[in-house]
Design a protein around this ligand. Sequence first.
Ligand SMILES: [Ca+2]
Ligand SMILES: [Ca+2]
Ligand SMILES: [Ca+2]
Length: 257
Amino acid sequence: MKTRSILIAAAGLAVTHVQAALVTGWADANTSNSVVLTNTGTASPTVGTGDEGSADTAWLFASFSTISLNTVGSTITLSGSATFTGISGTSGLRDAFRMGLYNVNGSADDLGWLGYIATNGDTTNGGRIFEHVDPNTTGFASITGGSTLLTDSAPAPGAPFESGVASTYNLSMMLTRVANGMQIDTSIIRTSDSLQMGAGSFTDTSISVTEFNRVGFLLAGVLDVDLVQFNNITVIPEPSVVVLGGLGVLCLLRRRR
Ligand SMILES: [Ca+2]
Ligand SMILES: [Ca+2]
Ligand SMILES: [Ca+2]
């Protein structure tokens, strides 16, 4: 009696690529200032004119198509860089630069958004991660009312921003849906010497939001910054490859007498 086995393996893989999205359509939510924005229709907006302090107090924001982090392991990464020219503020610079990912939460203005904010540190204090929970009534970049401090990283060993000269910082904020909440990983790295000015990592186990559709930046008045050039601000959803099929294995046993 012989038994012959035929193994048929069928891999049904359907691949969907989700593109990294350039973030465009920038505006300043601070209507009481007179900050000049240019290149707002691109992913590389320019803040200020080069005149002393002309980029200060901007609350820069833009929309993007909603990205959902409803599945464990899914991520969204905000990335890009910013070149600061003419910073002349010398004290109180912690939290002077902020970046965030938000859900607009049905708001018609810049108030009441939900999400996460990362800030820069300085020589004596680390950068920080904050959360805006539901409900809150504050501006998206506020780290006081309506905001919860999640973590406070170690002090950065160098000046937060170089005065006078232009310096560029690589920006990254990654949100990862994890089984017990949301992991936030952020960095603000000076390109000239790889100095880390960012806020590190935290897992938020009590989350208010899993869908995101706004990017926001703040340039505080203490910077006295003359020009800020953002470069290629993008939001990248992952996974970029979705396996819709899977692996099918069919075993056929044929018995011959
Ligand atoms: Ca200045
Ligand atoms: Ca929380
Ligand atoms: Ca100022």
